[in-house]
Design a protein around this ligand. Structure first.
Ligand SMILES: NC(=O)CCC(=O)C(=O)O
Length: 261
């Protein structure tokens, strides 16, 4: 499964421009790279434009979901659609969506852990549904959003449900870049899974974002890592046999004794 990840610089508070930018990026990437799956970052339609989110947020996933469905079916690619501000029942969530090559929505998730260091909890509402796995091209996978990375129990739950790949869509600041890299490697090693992340670059609201989007294999090796500051494509092809082999070699899951924890 070939991935192309968009390490994007978001146009702050401008969903129309960002959709145009993403449409152009997808068209060019599909023509040049022929990926199976593409990944977008967190809050890519607006960034954390909190002061105007009520006007900028999607309404029950629209128009972003329809836009991504159109991209997926036109170019016949799977889209791990990052996340976007999404108004539902008068609350705004940080919502992600996964769409398959047919243009079908196969998974939705609202960010569970809102990040206090960026004041997210003052403007958005935390997700109210459980995180679960989904199937893409026959592989069990999961998606989490940025600060969720700090909660190992969330990724362990996805691993116990069979996830072999977890995507992390993010808007992670440069100030905590070490945590970003080390925690992703730790989650890959402890859960013996691929970690695929898409982070943003640039500076919004006086926060400098870390780039450094990554693909990490189930042994914890960094297959590829984006730059700190440049907008770019991160490419990787997953070898899913590795997950099975490593889980046999170091049988963490069968060694667990959860009754004693
Ligand atoms: N957008 C985020 O959730 C950022 C998370 C973060 O800054 C951190 O965990 O540190």
């Amino acid at each position: 499964m070939k991935y192309c990840i968009y390490q994007m610089e978001i146009v702050f508070g401008n969903p129309k421009e960002n959709r145009k930018k993403v449409a152009g990026w997808i068209k060019q990437t599909v023509n040049e790279e022929k990926p199976d799956t593409i990944v977008l970052p967190e809050m890519w339609t607006t960034a954390y434009a909190f002061d105007d989110l009520e006007n900028l947020a999607d309404d029950n996933g629209e128009p972003t979901i329809a836009f991504l469905q159109d991209m997926a079916s036109t170019y016949h690619i799977n889209i791990v659609g990052g996340s976007f501000a999404n108004q539902k029942d008068n609350e705004i969530y940080n919502s992600s969506v996964v769409i398959d090559r047919n243009g079908d929505v196969i998974h939705q998730y609202d960010k569970l852990h809102l990040v206090p260091m960026l004041d997210e909890h003052l403007y958005l509402t935390g997700g109210k549904n459980k995180a679960t796995v989904f199937h893409l091209d026959g592989v069990k996978m999961g998606i989490i959003i940025c600060y969720d990375l700090r909660f190992p129990e969330l990724l362990r739950k996805l691993a116990l449900e069979g996830a072999q790949v977890v995507h992390i869509v993010a808007e992670w600041p440069a100030a905590r870049r070490d945590h970003w890299e080390i925690l992703q490697q730790a989650r890959a090693i402890e859960n013996q899974m691929y970690i695929i992340s898409s982070n943003v670059v640039g500076n919004y609201n006086h926060v400098d974002f870390a780039g450094t989007s990554m693909v990490i294999d189930p042994w914890g090796e960094v297959i590829i890592k984006g730059s700190r500051t440049k907008e770019e494509i991160i490419r990787a092809t997953l070898k899913l046999d590795k997950v099975v082999d490593i889980r046999k070699e170091v049988p963490v899951f069968s060694s667990r004794v959860p009754d004693y924890y």
